[in-house]
Ligand binder design. Structure first.
Ligand code: AMP
Ligand code: MG
Length: 369
């Protein structure tokens, strides 16, 4: 039942990601795009770049990894590509072990169990960023969601619809101001509070990988973590990366194609993880105002930003806020990110900062300042 991951597709170098079936088996990341999903324009581009793709292939280092409960691909172009993807792979495993609620020995699990822990700078940074985001989003983003995630059965996949009384009780333990931080020691003041960085961990990871690439003198590269993409520089032939955002209704289809450089493109959607009971679908993005899966009218929310962690946190947050609040939030923070939002009536809303970089055949409304 779990996860139909966001399938962000890079056309041109055609990296297919996620969807639980990475088809890459060796060091090459260049694949043929399934024909039916290639737009005419993209097809033309693929043809035009055929020869340069051969060159790219020669210097591309790529690795498929399963971590953070998802399929990932890291790709770096240039002389140091192999060293860079090896370092990126190691970092992914380190961060997974640090941040995963699924591992009993992770820093976050020890903190959740003991209510006090001395943590690494990484975990500390994530908590501080999550607290800041909680304030900025007026509570939409809240890393203390974990007891509620457990009540719905998401971590164990033993799904159930909780009793409202129980949710009401758990909602009381999400006040982040009760957390104390002294140097690297975090204390959760209430016995019932537990943290979950699932809403920002992948974006943090993709930004870290961009840093690792730069440390290794890589100028062109990308990472796809379960379909969330972050790009460094331009494609080796100097053109923009072309990132397709999956249509939540179909793994085979996209909402449109976005041209970017040096950006994270991160999507949240209820279709990534959900269960059904008595004809109702319950997904994994929880509205902290109700304890229920967010039902804001947004069915897919994509954030484009040079900051991967911010993009990840905001994709979750704007999904919860709904169109009007999300549009206002963007107007206040338009220097930090752009967004592509799909509402349940099938309309695509794109913020004006990326309107020219996004191509779609669907009806598109531009969100203006
Ligand atoms: P994403 O796929 O980035 O939207 O993140 C969804 C994940 O974030 C869920 O699987 C939970 O681990 C966590 N999560 C769910 N609801 C929230 C929320 N309101 N605030 C922060 N994290 C959340
Ligand atoms: Mg997120």
């Amino acid at each position: 039942m779990k996860k139909k991951m966001i399938c962000a597709i890079l056309i041109g170098s055609c990296i297919l990601t996620g969807c639980g079936q990475s088809s890459q088996s060796d060091n090459t990341s260049v694949e043929a795009e399934p024909e039916e999903t290639v737009t005419e324009e993209a097809e033309a581009e693929t043809e035009e770049t055929e020869t340069s793709e051969e060159d790219e292939e020669a210097t591309a280092a790529s690795r498929d990894i399963f971590a953070m409960d998802t399929y990932m691909t890291v790709t770096a172009y240039g002389e140091n590509g192999e060293a860079a993807v090896s370092a990126a792979e190691q970092e992914i495993y380190n961060l997974d072990e640090m941040l995963s609620t699924g591992s009993e020995t992770s820093e976050v699990s020890l903190l959740n169990r003991d209510k006090q822990a001395e943590v690494s700078d990484v975990t500390l940074t994530l908590l501080e960023e999550a607290i800041a985001l909680n304030a900025e989003t007026e509570g939409a983003f809240n890393p203390a969601i974990y007891p509620i995630m457990k009540e719905w059965g998401f971590p164990t996949e033993e799904y159930k619809v909780p009793q409202q009384e129980r949710l009401d009780e758990l909602l009381q333990y999400m006040d982040l101001s009760t957390i104390s931080i002294e140097e690297n020691t975090i204390t959760l003041q209430t016995e019932e509070m537990e943290l979950d960085f699932g809403g920002i961990a992948k974006g943090y990871t993709s930004s870290r990988i961009m840093e690792i690439y730069k440390e290794n003198s890589i100028e062109s590269g990308l990472v796809s973590l379960g379909g969330n993409v972050q790009t460094l520089g331009y494609k080796p032939d100097g053109s923009l990366w072309r990132v397709a955002v999956q249509n939540p209704d179909s793994e085979e289809d996209y909402l449109g194609v976005l041209e970017v450089h040096d950006k994270a493109v991160i999507t949240s959607g209820g279709y990534e993880r959900y269960f059904e009971e008595d004809g109702t679908t319950y997904h994994h993005i929880i509205d902290p105002a109700t304890g229920y899966p967010a039902n804001s009218g947004i069915v897919s929310s994509t954030i484009v930003s040079s900051n991967g962690m911010l993009a990840d946190g905001l994709s979750t947050s704007l999904f919860i806020m709904g169109l009007d609040k999300a549009s206002d939030y963007w107007r206040e923070h338009s220097d930090a990110f752009d967004a592509i939002l799909l509402t349940e009536d099938g309309t695509l809303y794109v913020t004006e900062g990326i309107a020219d970089a996004f191509t779609t055949s669907l009806e598109m409304q531009i969100i203006e300042k």
